[in-house]
Design a protein. Structure first.
Length: 217
């Protein structure tokens, strides 16, 4: 083999290695998992009804999403078939109360909580909520939250996705699965995180902080 042919082969190998390295550097990192257990968001009027006049939610732990926190307060959910105690309140107060439960929880309570994106509560299931100062019936507001990914606009550009788009997400490990119909949610005040409920996490053997990847848009 002459010297020119050898030089061409070396250049091709160098180019191939360089191309692979660029591809690796440009590949977005894995998305951290946030497992969402049952919880409730309350409006100001419902906080008063459940915990008393002038009550303020007490922050015991900041959540990953900026401005969101787990409160010290807990409530009891009462449905036609069962009761779930010690349901954590998340703050701050919202404009409309919303209960997010798993499908297993909905069976336990005996209610038909629809699969919905957060805030889409029209026609959703009702439930009785009891606190230390009283009880209320939330006529609509109980949902099984649709799996979703929180992103900033910069994250969305990095992953090549848009707000409201649905993608597929792949997990690793012995119980690896592909989640379909994962909603992309983009806002400047979000932090990158893939949210699933406890049923979905257990099925895929996922815990908080695990990493997943978008595999198809």
């Amino acid at each position: 083999m002459d010297e020119k042919a050898i030089e061409n082969i070396i250049n091709e190998v160098i180019y191939a290695l360089h191309k692979d390295n660029v591809a690796v550097r440009n590949t977005p990192a894995g998305i951290p998992v946030g497992v969402s257990n049952r919880h409730i968001h309350l409006n100001a009027a419902d906080i008063t009804a459940l915990f008393g006049e002038g009550h303020q939610l007490k922050n015991i732990k900041n959540l990953k999403q900026p401005g969101q926190f787990a409160a010290e307060e807990v409530v009891t959910l009462v449905g036609p078939k069962g009761v779930i105690r010690n349901v954590r309140v998340l703050g701050p107060a919202r404009n409309q109360s919303q209960i997010e439960i798993s499908r297993t929880d909905s069976f336990m309570l005996g209610i038909k909580a629809p699969l919905r994106e957060s805030g889409n509560l029209s026609g959703s299931a009702g439930v009785l909520v009891a606190g230390p100062a009283g009880a209320i019936t939330i006529k609509e507001g109980s949902i099984c939250a649709a799996r979703h990914i929180h992103m900033t606009p910069d994250d969305a550009r990095c992953y090549g996705v848009d707000d409201g788009q649905k993608v597929m997400v792949e997990t690793e490990g012995e119980r690896g699965v592909v989640f379909k119909e994962v909603v992309i949610r983009v806002r400047p005040d979000f932090c990158l995180e893939f949210h699933i409920d406890i049923d979905e996490a257990n099925a895929a053997d996922l815990t908080n902080g695990a990493s997943v990847n978008i595999v198809k848009c």
